[in-house]
Design a protein around this ligand. Sequence first.
Ligand code: SAM
Length: 269
Amino acid sequence: MSSREYILDSTSEPGREQLGSLPMLLDAPTREVLEGVGIQPGRRCLDIGAGDGSIARWLAERTGPAGGVVAVDVDTDHLVGRPGVEVLRHDINDGVPSGGPFDVIHARLVLLHLSRREEILNDLVEALAPGGWLVIGEYGDRLPYALSAASRADMETFDRIQHIGHHVIGAAAGQSIQWAHQVEAHMDASGLVDIHAIEHSHTSTGGGTGCLYHRSLIVQIEAPLLAAGVTADEFERYCDLLLDPRFRAWFYQFICTRGRKPLLAPTSR
Ligand SMILES: C[S@@+](CC[C@H](N)C(=O)[O-])C[C@H]1O[C@@H](n2cnc3c(N)ncnc32)[C@H](O)[C@@H]1O
């Protein structure tokens, strides 16, 4: 099963490769934010769209045995648990799962795919315990772009396919790469306090984890790319570039934002 709006296929081989490389690429900055909110024994956590489960397992190591983590995904076959992690196959569009209120709710690279992202954020705030933290990590609108390749044409091919992948195919599917920049304001509007965000990025070389991630992602959307005007030669060149050690590009701009639910609900005047 997969969410209708999620255009990638986590059950495919490239889908699994993509999920498998995310921990290497993004767990360090994500953990930095989570460490800042104080993950302690006894805390109840919820991880939405948990992917391979790396963050859910990390949270469970720190919250157990008195606490625990509910790890939710529409595709749970690739979600590896451990003691303290309850794996739940669930579409977050259908509401926040029971087991709350939660002290920490984390969602990475999920809401940007979902058109009801604003309502879901409000639901997540509702499901927080007083004093609980919401942590949302998303890709920003500075798309990956080529820094060096064997030719200018190769650099243009990379940039063009990135552009079409996000601004044509992703946008048509309801994705938003502006959302990362709007999370702060939505947390504020929903009453969260102590809001803080970090931005993280790095360059990646052909054959390296970041480039292999791009490759596993793009092969999942080959058909829509070709339908959007990318030629078979361009597509093949793009895939080869990502294995070419002469190629270098910026990886995604990753923005991770946290906000805390006040201990006492604000009083109305
Ligand atoms: C890009 S992956 C990110 C995985 C993980 N959060 C990470 O960053 O490593 C998005 C994940 O969200 C899941 N997902 C997509 N739509 C969902 C939905 N409506 N409800 C729950 N999970 C969803 C996908 O199955 C996939 O595992």
